[in-house]
Design a protein around this ligand. Structure first.
Ligand code: C2O
Ligand code: CU
Ligand code: CU
Length: 509
């Protein structure tokens, strides 16, 4: 079944209304339910999971410093939509199939509100995971303006819960950003880019076996997933009618495994103004943007003088990344049709300068950690990935001190690029440097084979997810705080995260 392109209009995600708001606090209730939604005009309605009846969920918009409380409520049925692998840690037969816990990706938040994978809860909170602490989460939003997103984070089934639809945007705004006069209001549009496959009847397809089936297992986790279509804000290959003026788009890769290398077929420049964790110092004009799962790019696209043109946003990222199987590449994302009249003169700007970014100094680091990304084999002969050669269950080894700065060397011994995400903090990328993997495997020593490469201009800002490329050591620097307690770090390829490429870490006093 081949779906036509650009037949559905891009959905503009609704902004979530608070249940309660006063000068001291804002309170939201967010229900997770199962419902049917049209994902493409030629497809029967698809059963999905979403927040407040919407896939992706409604956008939560808050002000920097606003005290926000959210009760995430599981109103889902007892049976999962997608194939659960009961051999995966945390998803054995001794727990209910349908469990949820919500993490705001990028949030600086106290540990009990961070959505720890073992803090899951079921419909009506009737059963909860071993690390469950509270029903109402607290977000202090002590951050500058930024594009974050919320998504499910349940141990062993994150890939399935997110694939079913549990993800949405969470934006923090601030005065400084407003003063920059960026395109705003209806000209500021978040775009969640995801890949999905469908059965003929319109239902979501997710494989229950890898290409080489596992003997004796009815359902097995797969090492990677690539959908055959690309959705933006919940529609397959949509179009957006735009005015001939500037727009701000917050690009988010919300896919399980797929990377995107985004270009415009008009060849025009995209002006990137922000990274994962907020605005950059100054905009950069670029022709392509690479986004691994969970990475964001805040961009401005200028459609001025392009009346009547159709501009396609394309993708040519290898899948898997970087060693592609060309059959997996899906090259179209969406289309912009410059067909609306200009309603007002466009007075928004692409600023010369935006915000200072304090560069963290290497000398300020009190601890250096060397952490490998490894391939391994499980008892069924399935390949799986580890961080520092340790499984999720192994006791905590990363325990940074509150307020201390650390440098982490991510030593990638595998053949994939892994998007490594650390909860609670933002980091800066120091550099990436090629090394000899064979020598490392034999002697445990890093032999560099070339010079260190600085991060790409697109990555020069605050980040919370970094691409750790194969045969490279990626160095990141960060300061831990302002909270202490239990968090996680992991690969954001959800099929990896669910199967052991995740570790707990603890910020200590
Ligand atoms: Cu976007 Cu630990 O997650
Ligand atoms: Cu996160
Ligand atoms: Cu990975």
């Amino acid at each position: 079944m081949i779906l036509s392109k650009f037949v559905d209009e891009l959905p503009i995600l609704p902004i979530l209304k608070p249940t309660w708001k006063d000068p001291l606090l804002t309170y939201y209730e967010v229900n997770m339910t199962e419902f049917k939604q049209s994902l493409h005009n030629e497809l029967n309605d698809t059963t999905v999971w979403g927040y407040e009846g919407s896939f992706p969920g409604p956008t939560i918009e808050v002000e920097s410093g606003e005290r926000v409380f959210i009760k995430w409520i599981n109103n889902l049925p007892d049976k999962h939509l997608l194939p659960i692998d009961y051999t995966v840690h945390g998803a054995h037969n001794d727990v209910p199939q349908v469990r949820t816990v919500v993490h705001v990706h990028g949030a600086s938040v106290e540990p009990d509100s961070d959505g720890y994978p073992d803090a899951w809860f079921t419909n009506g909170f009737s059963l909860v995971g071993p690390k469950f602490k509270k029903e109402v989460y607290q977000y202090d939003n002590n951050q500058r303006s930024v594009t974050q997103w919320y998504h499910d984070h349940t141990i062993g089934i994150t890939r399935l819960n997110v694939y079913a639809g549990l993800a949405g945007f969470y934006l923090i705004r601030d005065q400084r950003e407003r003063l920059l006069n960026l395109p705003s209001g209806k000209y500021d549009i978040p775009l969640m880019i995801q890949d999905r496959s469908f059965h003929k009847d319109g239902s979501l397809y997710y494989p229950n076996q890898p290409p080489k089936p596992i003997k004796g297992l009815e359902t097995s986790i797969i090492p990677e997933f690539f959908g055959k279509t690309i959705l933006v804000n919940g529609k397959v290959w949509p179009y957006l009618k735009v005015e001939p003026r500037k727009y701000r788009f917050r690009l988010l890769n919300g896919s399980n495994t797929r990377f995107y290398r985004i270009k415009l077929d008009s060849g025009q420049l995209i002006y990137q103004i922000g990274t994962d964790s907020g605005l950059m110092e100054y905009p950069i004009g670029i022709h392509e943007i690479l986004l691994a799962p969970a990475e964001r790019a805040d961009v401005i696209i200028n459609f001025t003088n392009l009346e009547g043109k159709n501009i396609i946003m394309t993708n040519d990222a290898p899948a898997p990344f970087p060693d592609a199987d060309p059959a997996n590449v899906v090259s179209i994302i969406m289309q912009f049709s410059v067909s609306l009249p200009l309603t007002n003169i466009d007075t928004s700007v692409i600023p010369q300068y935006m915000e200072p970014i304090q560069k963290l100094q290497e000398q300020s680091a009190s601890k250096i950690r060397y952490l490998t990304l490894n391939d391994n084999m499980d008892q069924y002969g399935r390949e799986f990935m580890l961080l520092d050669n340790k499984q999720w269950d192994y006791p905590i080894t990363e325990n940074p001190k509150l307020g201390s700065t650390e440098i982490w060397y991510l030593i990638n011994l595998t053949t994939d690029t892994h998007p490594i995400h650390i909860h609670l903090i933002d980091f800066q990328i120091l550099d990436r440097r090629p090394f000899d993997v064979d020598k490392y495997n034999k002697g445990g020593v890093i032999h560099y084979t070339g010079p260190a490469m600085p991060p790409a201009p697109q990555e020069r800002g605050e980040k919370d997810t970094v691409r750790a490329n194969p045969k490279q050591v990626t160095r990141i620097i960060m300061k831990f705080g302002p909270y202490t307690g239990l968090y996680v770090w992991h690969c954001h390829i959800l099929e990896h995260e669910d199967y052991e490429m995740m570790r707990p870490y603890m910020v200590i006093r």
